[in-house]
Every structure is written in C-alpha cells, then in structure tokens.
Design a protein around this ligand. Structure first.
Ligand code: ATP
Ligand code: MG
Length: 482
C-alpha cells in the first residue's frame, strides 16, 4: 500500500471527471465525496472503473446536473426507487447516492433508508477499508475523511467492521462473505472480533440469495490464493452451509497404523497450484472438486489399506447437484468440470506405468480439446512432499505430453470421428438399425484407438468388411460405399 499525502491524492484525482463533479457540487452548494472501494483501491494502486460518489443532499439532482454539464457524451440513468443515479462517461461508471442512514429488519438484508450525514453514510459501510471518503468540493479537494482508521487497516492488511461486527453481519449477512472475499483477494487478515462474529452469525446466511453467495464464491475462486478463502469459510463454519461436501473431506483415518491423506487440505493445495498457472475459473472448479467423491468411495481393504475406488466417477456424478444448488451454470461449463473430475486419474495412471500408445490414444479421444487442461490439473494434483516421487511424476507427465503430441500428429484422434459412419455400415450390409451396427462401430473405434489399424478410411473399410464377414454378414450388392 502507498501512503498518499493530500497533494498526491489530488494528483490521483486529477482526471477531468473529478473536476467536473467538483464544479457541479460547488454550483449546487452540496458536500460531495468519492467513497468506498474507489478510495481503497487508490491507496492499493489497484485499477478500478466504478466511481461511487456520496452527496450530502440529493444524489439524483447531482447526477442530473453533472450529465447536463458534460453534454451529449454523458449517459444518465436515474433509479428513483433507490434514490440513486448513474452517469456513464468515457467508459467510466459513476454512481451517485445521497448520504444515508440505514436500519434493518430481521428477515431482510434490504434496509430502511433515511437521509443522513456523511458520518451516517460511513457508519453503514461494511469494512473500515471500505468506509473512507475523499472530499471533492474545491475548498477541501483531496481531503481524506477516515473516521475508522481504514488507512491504518489497509497498511496493516486487516479487515474489520467499522461498528459492532455482530450488528454489521446480522444486518446484512452478505457482508460475511464479502469479508472473506476481500481478505482473500487482498491477502489480508480478518481481525479477531470480526472473525468471531462470523462464527456467531453464520446461520444468518439463510436470508441471502444463492446468486449473491455464488458471486462471492466465484470472486474467491478467481483470487490469487483461493485456499485462503476456503480456510476462512471453513473455520467460520460458513463452508458447512455452502459446500458441505468439501467439509466432509477434512478427515484422516488410521487403521493398523495406516493413514490416508487429508483430502480437504490436499484439495486446497491443488487449487492453489492450479491458480498459479490458469485464470480459467472452471479449471479451478475442476481442481476444487476433483476428489469430491473420495469420502463416499472410501473403503478399508485388509490386503491393500485405504482405497478410493471409482472416486472420480462418484465425483463426476456429484457435480450436477453441487452446480444446481449453487446456481452455477448447468451447461457445457458444468460438463467440462465433470469431464475433468472423471478423467483426473488417467494421466497419472498412464504416467505411473509404461506410457503406451494405446492408453494415450484413448485418453486423447476421451479428453478431446480439453486434454491440455486435464494435464494441467494432473500436474497440479501432485502435492507429494517427497521430492523424488514428485520429480518422477513430473518427468512421466512430460513423456505423456510428448506422446500426446506425437500421437495426435499421426492419428488425429483428439476430435475423433469414425472414418466409416453407422449409416454407411447399414448401407454396406443392408442392415436396419440393430445391435450388429453398434458392435461394428464400437470394434472399429477400438481398433483405431488401440492402434490395430490407422485412422484412415481405406483401412477402416477393410477392417469393417473383415469383421462383418466373421459375424456372418454379407455385403449388399447395391452398396455405393467406396
Ligand atoms: P468490488 O467492486 O471489488 O466488489 P467494492 O468495495 O467496490 O469492491 P462494491 O460492491 O462495488 O464493492 O461496493 C462499493 C462500496 O459500497 C463498498 O466499498 C462499501 O463501502 C459499500 N458496500 C457495498 N456493499 C456493501 C454492503 N453489503 N454493506 C455495506 N457496505 C457495502
Ligand atoms: Mg466496486
């Protein structure tokens, strides 16, 4: 964080738009401040486009006057029900609101709003670092108003509520998730009393819509070190309400001196590993859920020890329920996550043994264009503390990657389309849709994927004819297939 003097703050606010706002406020003779996230991000030197302006008076009147002043290039929207207005100008969105005082009822996060002072307005904000205001009136331009020492908390890396955290969180429980989200995005600590209030108020989350919860969860997922958010969610008890399947993974059982690893912390390590190499949030979801089927598949087998047979399959079947519950998209993005969960063991299994062409060809066929992402997930999945073991895996993954390139070049199975179609098979042997057609199609696919024949039409036709002959089928005299 950078401490800014008043002069430096003035420089930061030197964009013409602030001077237009300043002049408009002076003309209307109202106090006017830039406030909240914009001020916080000025000190953190984070880029922001949304500018929030508080006017001690009418936000709408101020926005209307500004839009008039800026002329045609400004676009004004007024939300009378909310008492707010927005001006869009040269790619920036400027929100205007009159300073307000809020009070809450128990069953809603929508407050009862009255006009108030700047102080009232700062009191209703969620965190000290989000409650700073900078005056824009010419006589006080660049003056910081920071009643809760937000600047000190910014410097110390602390998230704390301005007032009693129990009231702040109970009034609007979404703030609990915002708290953890800001701590994760900024890599800040949650102050002790604020954290304890999270634990006490967790059940208030029930009045928050799933969409809002999910928005915050996605912001945590997109952060540089998402595990931090999940650990805070877990420690506060919020994760139990949002993703109990993940909580079930925090378990280590020991029998006959044999323990299995803690899959919760392993998962978080994989998530952080993948966050270092990709911004693709769905690939990150793949990492978060890759072992989600483990608790359900866990068995103790006397001769082997702990096993998690089919956890990938069980996991992929759990994904739609989780996505539906969290109102995540149920489209190809979910299918992609399912595919990653379902296939995440395959490259490891291949890398663990001899890397055969046939195994690689089948993997390439099943993963299709998502093969790169799958390999990225598998590499992130190696969290062994044993450096020798880790090196061996990484080396074998390199072999798998090389083989993937070689085989794709030779056989083009990534987006596999059989060189002889089902319709053609029916035409060739004068068949109606029946079991035999399915058998022939499958055996052709297997022959190509196992490398028995090349992925070429002439070889495929030959193979089909021979196979059909063995099944007692005769070629149709009227067939037109070459
Ligand atoms: P980001 O834009 O990264 O989400 P932000 O702090 O700008 O962060 P916004 O949701 O844009 O967050 O809100 C702007 C400001 O409004 C915040 O900085 C905070 O002062 C206030 N605010 C937003 N949501 C709440 C809330 N639920 N409770 C109290 N104050 C809030
Ligand atoms: Mg914002």
């Amino acid at each position: 964080m950078k401490y800014l003097t008043k002069g430096e703050l003035c420089d930061k606010l030197s964009a013409p738009i602030f001077h237009e706002i300043s002049a408009t406020a002076d003309e209307l003779d109202v106090e006017c401040y830039v406030v909240g996230g914009y001020v916080r991000d000025l000190f953190l030197e984070r880029p922001t486009n949304d500018i929030d302006i508080v006017v001690v008076g009418s936000g709408i009147a101020m926005a209307e006057a500004l839009a008039k002043r800026l002329g045609k290039r400004a676009n004004l929207s007024v939300f009378r029900n909310f008492g707010t207005a927005q001006v869009k100008y040269r790619g920036q969105e400027i929100e205007f609101v009159g300073a307000r005082k809020e009070s809450y009822t128990h069953d809603s996060r929508k407050p009862i709003v009255e006009d108030g002072s700047l102080e009232d307005d700062q009191n209703r904000r969620d965190f000290t670092i989000n409650a700073m205001a900078v005056c824009l009136n010419a006589s006080r331009f660049g003056e910081l108003v920071d009643p809760f020492n937000g600047l000190r908390d910014l410097e110390d890396g602390i998230i704390a509520t301005p007032l009693d955290p129990d009231i702040t969180f109970s009034d609007d429980p979404l703030r609990m998730l915002r708290c953890i989200r800001f701590a994760t995005q900024l890599n800040f600590m949650i102050e002790d009393e604020t954290f304890e209030a999270l634990e006490r108020n967790k059940d208030r989350l029930e009045i928050i819509s799933t969409e809002r919860i999910c928005d915050e969860l996605q912001k945590i997922m997109r952060s540089p070190t998402p595990s931090k958010g999940f650990i805070d969610l877990y420690r506060s008890g919020l994760l139990h309400l949002i993703l109990p399947e993940l909580v079930a993974m925090d378990l280590v059982e020991t029998r006959n001196g044999k323990s299995h690893k803690n899959n919760f912390y392993h998962t978080l390590e994989v998530l952080d590993n993948i966050a270092k190499v990709t911004d693709n949030v769905w690939l990150r979801w793949g990492a978060l859920l890759h072992d989600i089927g483990k608790p359900k598949s866990k068995r103790w087998e006397v001769s082997i020890g702990w096993t998690f047979h089919n956890h990938n399959f069980i996991g992929l079947k759990m994904v739609p329920n989780i996505f539906r519950r969290l109102k995540l998209p149920l489209d190809e993005r979910m299918k992609y996550v399912q595919k990653l969960v379902g296939l995440h063991m395959r490259p490891i299994a291949i890398a663990d043994e001899e890397v055969t062409d046939s195994a690689v060809r089948r993997l390439l066929f099943e993963a299709g264009d998502d093969i790169e992402d799958l390999m990225t997930l598998c590499e992130a999945d190696v969290t062994s503390k044993n450096e020798v073991r880790k090196k061996t895996f990484m080396h074998n993954f390199q072999l798998v990657r090389q083989k993937l390139v070689d085989i794709e070049e030779k056989d083009r199975v990534r987006n596999f389309q059989p060189p002889v179609s089902g319709d053609e098979i029916m035409d060739l042997f004068d068949l109606q849709p029946c079991r035999e057609v399915g058998i022939l199609k499958q055996s052709l696919k297997d022959a190509i994927l196992d490398g028995i024949i090349p992925n070429e039409r002439a070889a495929a036709l030959n193979y089909i004819c021979e196979k059909a002959h063995n099944m007692g089928l005769t070629k149709s005299l009227s067939a037109t297939i070459e």
